[in-house]
Design a binder for this molecule. Structure first.
Ligand code: GCV
Length: 726
């Protein structure tokens, strides 16, 4: 008997040991590649029946590359969602879905849709109506790309199980230029990228392309993104050489049917680096001619090329300042070369220099405000949402609202440089919404940042918004399934900043995870709270820039003695025995003066500064009483750190409560990431509290568990191979 048992045990162990992952479960399922365009069969049979009736045939008018994309998408999507290949026809039928433009379809022309008049090239109408006497669902636009946007909108309605009855949808984007910025290098390294390599395989382009390029275009078109800056703002001049322009051209050709233009980041010193000139001075005639010729060469290949993005005189990049010229003179040089072809310049305002005797958060405003009115018509100034650098929380940049004659373009970071890389679940929608809905008071109450960005506040003739991409070669694109929602919410808000980020989270969850109500309500709740939770365990109460040096991974409030003071953490938190925080009020560096009234007066006093920005604007004693809770500052800080870490555990529990409702692979991936996030939230909490305690010299409030390690142990941790370094 013993022998039989032993043999059985041996056999069992052998089978387990030979299985591909001994001791580990293999998870089949959704790996995240399909993003929010999964198109799996709807679970509600009744909805399927109704949709099938309402779309008994499909007529897509026209024969452009874009209409082919529309047909392919509808075929792919509806066969998946409704479990039956849709019937494509060549004329309007009863209960058909009709897609087209007045020029591609006589039926649409004859319907004389007045709504189309104000919709420009990208807007669309979706209507339930009678067309040539037949009841149909109509997607109409002025261009095929508008019709493509309308198609994705209709598919979203079906994916989220909305009724298709009595539709009366009229949409157009509020912002003109809606671009992703890829900080991708030519060797496929992605600066601040945490999801693998660059998706652009420069070596194999132009002849070798991947399905991923098309899926990238589909995903972007589905949320209304209409441009992509292919390369890093820390640019390599080589991109403008013919060898690389061949590759850029291939991508532009591929993206065109999806309404996506390509743009390039350029190096300001390109005339010297690849043009053999002795100077790159923007006022030098040979330099002007060089750029004019280069731009002509680009447009000969890519007639709809979008234009240039420029990081100049910032963090070591060359710029007009090297020749004693202004940012306006630099930008106008390029703008003049691009103007005849319809291209634009996106000139970044992310400038700061040690040599300037001015605090870093004030410098962009000081440099660009006086240049208002000096930029040519096709220049947009691209400004990061906050005055420092994509911190978990910043006030909005005071440049928004300060330049009535110059379009200010928003730059958000989608990649998570300062927010836990690609392992922390942080939905950035709430952060984008907070920035966009901030009131600048530039023209009185209601002058929101969104109205500056969309050009409506000052009647600017062009508007733009950029998101620094979080995309890489990881199978799930963004390194974490939930972080796909940040790409998604960026696009949706770029299209319409009046949408609420809660609604956007809701639709994203339905499309990506499930329409199950428990899943939708639990995950949207996690997403909506996640950013505040992260602020609490990283940088509560307005603290900022206290992360690990260089790579920005993990806590590093002790960072000091670097080449530049404003790269250190101690410069930003200014913790001492007397208290903590940066005095940017009139008694300090007075950055509050850059805001309009009443903000400048509100921010000037701690009592009227919003608590979440307290230590951004004020240096306060450890016993300062925090109004909302009545705790002293030290206690409040500690409470927030502990609350943040505890909330991550709660989020993890919420996720685990959904195990039976979710796809096993999606579930498992996020579960693993949440395990990391829990550990790292505690690490942030413990390292920061231990460090700040050396200044406050106060005990932890009662009942709080002691940090695991000593301060020295935290300070000794090193991460030379943390991903995404610049
Ligand atoms: C592309 C921060 C980042 C850099 C980035 C820079 C910028 O400083 O750490 O990696 O460089 O911002 O936005 O230009």
């Amino acid at each position: 008997m013993h022998k039989i048992l032993r043999t059985f045990a041996f056999l069992l162990l052998s089978v387990l040991a030979c299985s591909p992952a001994f001791g580990q479960k293999i998870f089949d399922g959704e790996d995240g590649y399909r993003l929010w365009l999964k198109y799996d069969l709807l679970s509600d049979q009744q909805s399927i029946k109704t949709y099938r009736k309402q779309i008994s045939s499909i007529y897509v008018a026209g024969d452009s590359a874009t209409t082919t994309v529309i047909r392919d998408e509808l075929s792919h999507a509806l066969s998946g969602l409704l479990g039956k290949q849709p019937k494509f026809v060549e004329a309007v039928g009863k209960h058909a879905l009709v897609v087209g433009t007045p020029s591609s379809s006589a039926d649409i022309r004859n319907a004389d849709l007045s709504e189309l008049k104000g919709l420009g090239k990208e807007g669309f109408v979706i209507k339930s109506l009678e067309l040539s006497g037949k009841p149909v669902t109509l997607i109409a636009a002025n261009t095929d790309v508008g019709a493509l946007y309308g198609t994705f909108h209709l598919l979203r309605l079906i994916q989220t199980e909305q009724p298709l009855r009595e539709l009366e949808i009229v949409e157009k984007p509020k912002i003109d230029v809606r671009v992703l910025n890829h900080w991708d290098d030519m060797d496929r390294h992605v600066e601040r990228g945490f999801a693998g390599e660059s998706i652009w395989d420069w070596h194999k382009l132009p002849d070798y392309t991947y399905p991923r390029y098309y899926d990238y275009a589909r995903a972007n078109a589905s949320i209304g993104i209409n441009g992509t800056v292919l390369n890093n703002v820390n640019a390599n001049a080589i991109t403008l050489t013919p060898h690389y322009l061949d590759k850029v051209e291939a991508l532009a050709d591929l993206f065109r049917p999806y309404g996506i233009k390509v743009y390039l980041s350029i190096k300001f010193s390109s005339p010297q680096l690849i043009g053999g000139l002795k100077t790159s001075d923007p006022l030098d005639p040979t330099v002007k001619q060089w750029w004019k010729d280069k731009v002509e060469e680009i447009y000969a290949r890519i007639p709809d090329f979008g234009g240039f993005l420029v990081k100049a005189n910032s963090e070591g990049q060359p710029g007009p300042g090297d020749f004693g010229r202004t940012h306006a003179e630099g930008a106008n040089l390029l703008a003049d070369a691009l103007a005849p072809h319809g291209g634009v310049v996106m000139w970044r305002a992310f400038v700061y220099a040690n040599e300037k005797n001015e605090e870093r958060s004030k410098q962009a405003y000081s440099e660009f405000k006086p240049l208002d009115g000096k930029f040519h018509d096709n220049v947009l100034i691209q400004v990061k949402n906050g005055p420092i650098d994509f911190q978990p929380r910043e006030p909005f940049s005071p440049l928004f609202g300060a330049t009535p004659k110059t379009p200010m373009m928003m730059e958000f970071q989608i990649t998570m440089e300062y927010l836990g890389f690609s392992t922390h679940l942080v939905y950035l929608g709430t952060m984008y919404e907070e920035a966009l809905q901030s009131d600048t008071y530039a023209k009185g109450k209601g002058s929101t940042v969104a109205k500056v960005v969309d050009g409506s506040l000052f009647n600017n003739h062009i508007s733009g918004i950029a998101g620094v991409s979080n995309i890489g070669t990881d199978r799930n694109w963004t390194g974490h399934i939930i972080l796909q929602s940040n790409w998604y919410v960026f696009g949706r808000l770029a299209w319409d900043h009046e949408l609420t980020t809660a609604d956007i989270a809701d639709e994203w969850v339905r499309m990506t995870l499930s329409n199950d109500e428990k899943v939708v309500s639990t995950v949207t709740d996690m997403m909506m709270r996640s950013r505040e939770i992260t602020v609490n365990y990283m940088t509560p109460l307005g603290l900022h820039h206290i992360m690990g040096v260089g790579h920005h991974y993990g806590p590093g409030p002790w960072v000091k003695d670097l080449g530049r003071e404003d790269w250190t953490s101690v410069y930003y938190h200014k913790a001492g025995k007397d208290g903590i925080g940066f005095d940017r009020s009139p008694t300090g560096v007075n950055s509050v003066e850059q805001y309009f009234s009443p903000l400048k007066e509100e921010y000037a006093k701690a009592e009227t500064t919003p608590e979440e920005l307290l230590l951004w604007f004020h240096h306060l004693p450890w016993d300062y009483t925090v109004k909302s809770t009545g705790r002293d500052l030290w206690d409040e800080l500690v409470h927030r750190y502990y609350q943040g870490a505890a909330d991550v555990t709660a989020m993890h529990n919420q996720w685990q409560s959904l195990q039976d409702e979710l796809d096993p692979l999606q579930y498992h991936q996020v579960d693993m990431a949440l395990t990391i996030q829990e550990k790292e939230a505690r690490w942030w909490r413990d390292a920061c509290v231990t460090y700040f305690q050396t200044f406050s010299q106060r005990p932890l409030p009662k009942g709080f568990e002691k940090p695991e390690k000593t301060l020295k142990e935290y300070m000794d941790m090193r991460f030379p191979y943390a991903p995404g370094q610049g």
